[in-house]
Write a protein that binds this ligand. Sequence first.
Ligand code: MN
Length: 414
Amino acid sequence: MKSFVYVHEDSDFTIYNIPFGVFKKEGHHGVCTRIGDTIVDLHQCTTTTIFEGIELPEGIFSQRYINSFISLGKKITREVRRRLQNGLVTGGFLDNDMFKESTIFISSDEVTMLLPVHIGDYTDFYSSREHATNVGIMFRDPANALLPNWLHLPVGYHGRASSIVVSDTPIHRPSGQTMPEEAEKPVFGPSRQLDFELEMGFIIGKETPMGQTISTDKAEEYILGLMLFNDWSARDIQKWEYVPLGPFLAKNFASTISPWIITLEALEPFRISGPQQEPDVLPYLRYEGSKNYDIHLSVDIITESGASKRVSTSNFKYMYWNMCQQLAHHTVNGCNVRVGDLMASGTISGTTPDAYGSMLEICWKGTKPVQMPDGTERKFILDGDTVVMRGWCEKDGVRIGFGPCDGKVVGEWK
Ligand code: MN
């Protein structure tokens, strides 16, 4: 497939992608997709017959959030995406001078991308075996790095949705309590160990009532698509506060997501089988088929002066527990899910140090600093640094990507 719209060969937004997002331009906003560097305004598309026959409520694409649209169900979202894809190929419905010169198409540099989803509940898992092992070695016991439950269930906790922000939102260094080494009392002050966590998040597109479980083989019906997710973490605050209930203020000050929801349909060609699970899991966590995705991931740190260093190259395929198992586990007790809920994977670390998904692991608790090209070094993230996350899939000449998941640390709240 090829589009009549120019698409650079390295673009995340090829004709195979067709993600959903929400843009803002001169005071109005709306649901859109993107092809190359061109935004396609879906509300303006409804002035044509491109969606003819699809039951779309009036004004569904001119809303601030995408929730109403995705709550129409996968049959509708899938068909809208298919029509857009067919319309954007060379010779397709939109390949017409009248449309090309209309307000349907907007240059991407004329818009600001907004947080696309009104996120209801947010859950963070801990599903990378390599990450859990690294953390276990550093903070507990190298001989028993994984806790006894880890290979039997996808460990998770309920996070905070209110402070999830879209790519490019400035990140403030949190203050809080820490317990310095060998001190007798905790102290209060700005975190000195601000870190990122390289994760992916998925958005729930279909709700369940309380009491209904979601089986692993039905789970994909409830997942609209994926985004990049940076679970910013203050390690010094985390270390002191996390016992016994887990992370709290060390993580709820901000999380960054990329602005585009990449649908499961777009990711279909990049399915891959996950790691062998040993020991056997309980029946409700068993699954059939390939449930992992081959998504290349990277993290760069860019300093205030513009010096840039790639500190991680990982892949979503390393996840030990897949999204279907996470959702089956999340609902096995009757917990309901709602449209717009976000579930994140947990830090995605690969097997080698260059594939670790947090500075905590990359610098091994500060013992192996990263050398930056400007001569400075990093153990954690400093004020003025921008953390840049990218994700993309590539196979048989087909490429799709996730767009930016960037955040600049601007110092403390004033
Ligand atoms: Mn996390």
